[in-house]
Design a protein around this ligand. Structure first.
Ligand code: SF4
Length: 284
């Protein structure tokens, strides 16, 4: 079987539950949109566009207000743009308002950190606000595609910080932890960056929008983690596409108080499986 093109999310799905990977990436069953994904897309789009600001009228007196106004109006615009998708969710209006306000708070928190950085750069390098803004503007939404590893991914932001390169992903998660799935995602970005640029980034990290930026140094162990997991998934998926080789991992992630896995109904994780004879669809 030819090597499939994987991504940090497909690899993390495979590690979480091989059956879920089978439904999503091999059978390509549709996934259901949810508020967390849509809100994540809105926050990412807002942050990406923030840096496209026309800063010619910014002064050291007005830049803080202008940045705050900009992020607020971009979020409003983006929320409006995503209305057709938001309307497709079973979400009462008061819940939608709650998520909007929560997202606004996260983005205002991010802006406060950005303004602190700008202030620092202006003071330390004695730069006008326009130059400091330019210096802090990262490369955004860059696609990395590796033929050799057969993996692709989109990196939210690549920043040059002095002599160092930092790769940053934005997350709207509640938790402020580097879970294993996040560590693997960052490890894969580091490996893809290394392949493309001949040099690994110095640090990778997550800007947890409810909290702050958390960075992780890139070392050989992190790169090895990415190589190992990429190799493992290719070894498995190149060998078999038989459903029985994609076992269920039944955990509280199958169904929780306010939701369930997208494939819960087709998977029926708590029912005994009927043995099949090599029929891909018979176990669904
Ligand atoms: S319901 Fe549970 S076992 Fe079934 S695919 Fe989803 S996560 Fe895996």
């Amino acid at each position: 079987m030819p090597k499939r093109v994987e991504s940090p999310s497909s690899i993390n799905t495979f590690k979480q539950c091989a059956r879920k990977y089978y439904y999503q990436y091999l059978l390509k069953l549709p996934t259901l949109p949810n508020i967390h994904q849509i809100r994540g897309n809105i926050a990412h789009e807002t942050l990406e566009q923030f840096y496209e600001a026309d800063v010619s009228s910014f002064t050291s007196e007005n830049y803080m207000g202008k940045c705050r106004e900009r992020i607020q109006s971009l979020l409003l615009q983006s929320w409006k743009k995503f209305q057709p998708k938001l309307r497709g969710l079973p979400l009462p209006p008061d819940q939608e308002r709650f998520y909007f306000e929560e997202t606004m708070l996260m983005l205002m928190n991010w802006t406060t950190h950005f303004l602190q950085d700008i202030q620092k750069v202006m003071q330390e390098k004695n730069l006008p606000v326009q130059e400091a803004f330019k210096l802090l503007t990262p490369i955004r939404e860059q696609e990395f595609k590796s033929e050799a590893y057969s993996v692709r991914g989109f990196v939210d932001a690549i920043r040059q910080v002095g002599e160092e390169v930092h790769i940053i992903d934005y997350k709207t998660n509640n938790s402020f932890e580097f879970k294993d799935s996040i560590k693997l995602q960052l490890a894969i970005y580091s490996l893809l960056y290394l392949e493309k640029n001949g040099k690994a980034p110095n640090k990778v990290g997550i800007f947890f929008l409810r909290h702050k930026l958390k960075l992780w140094p890139v070392d050989e162990n992190l790169l090895q983690l990415a190589r190992r997991e990429i190799e493992l998934i290719h070894a498995h998926t190149s060998l078999t596409e038989d459903v029985k080789d994609y076992p269920k991992t039944v955990t509280p992630l199958c169904k929780w108080s306010s939701g369930q896995c997208d494939f819960y109904e087709v998977c029926r994780p708590h029912e005994k499986e009927i043995p099949s004879t090599n029929n891909l669809n018979s176990n669904t």
